[in-house]
Design a protein around this ligand. Sequence first.
Ligand code: ATP
Length: 320
Amino acid sequence: MVKRIAVLTSGGDAPGMNSAIRAVVRTAAFEGISCLGVKRGFVGLVNGDVMEMNPRSVDGINLKGGTMLYTARSPEFKTEEGLRKAAQTCKYLGIDGLVCIGGDGTFRGARDLSRYDVSTVAIPATIDNDIACTRYSIGFDTACNTAIEAIDKLRDTMQSHERCSVVEVMGRNSGSLAMYVGIACGASAILIPERETNFEELYERMRMARIQGRNHHIIIVAEGVGTANEVAQDIIEHTGVETRVTVLGHVQRGGSPTARDRVAATRMGVKAVNALLEGRTNRVICFKDKGIIDQDIIEALDMSHEFHQELYDVAIQVAR
Ligand code: ATP
């Protein structure tokens, strides 16, 4: 019998986390159970730093970026002692189910808690959209749109000065964000960690494009490839084109979530609470072809991220 649940956000923040918190809190109220908010992810769970949540405590947060519960990384939680303290907090506070919102590090934390009899459900939230078990994770759409807005502005000035712009976007292990942003912005090239770039071909294409009348270029680099500065230096050396660097950085993680993120996060939050109430615990909420489902967390963590080859091919074919 579930009487009280708790919710936390952990790892890197993502726009839409607030919508997921709101959905968890409101669904709990709808079902007549109490809900706690744990501050700073697993840090708050280890230290017992929680607050009572009710439908009014989440008024207006749907449109705000970031997370009202704050987020943090907790090395202590990864130790057996930290994990034990976190589980004790759950026991002491009578938490029958815990919703953990974050990336796959957060999922591993949720999985480990189940060894101490804490029932968890995880919700994928990361702007990288690189979680293997789900087609979509909260924050991706907003991050894409934030980057696109900035790059569209850059294009204006690159065109006026006839320059090349090398733009570094987030994505240490995944080129998902770079590919979406690059296609949407009409980039001349998209450099991602999953695939080798043929630099000689790129320089030749840039030289030819210049001869044929293209006076500027946008090159998107996912951070996992290397620094935008290095890429820019090589472009200058091999093509002679005046080149500028922009690192979008943390701006990609902020901002009011788009409709897609608000709705996805709300659906996931509702689904997470329903799963806990139906006794399906140690699960991850995922978007699959057939819709939104919950999947065993160990199974989900065993999956490897599938590269979106068709998207990559599209990017290559239109980057002329
Ligand atoms: P993002 O990658 O988008 O920043 P994330 O959830 O993967 O999100 P991490 O910093 O990897 O972010 O993990 C968040 C927290 O989860 C960590 O601070 C730690 O407390 C816990 N965690 C991470 N990895 C593990 C692990 N292997 N086992 C147990 N707990 C973990």
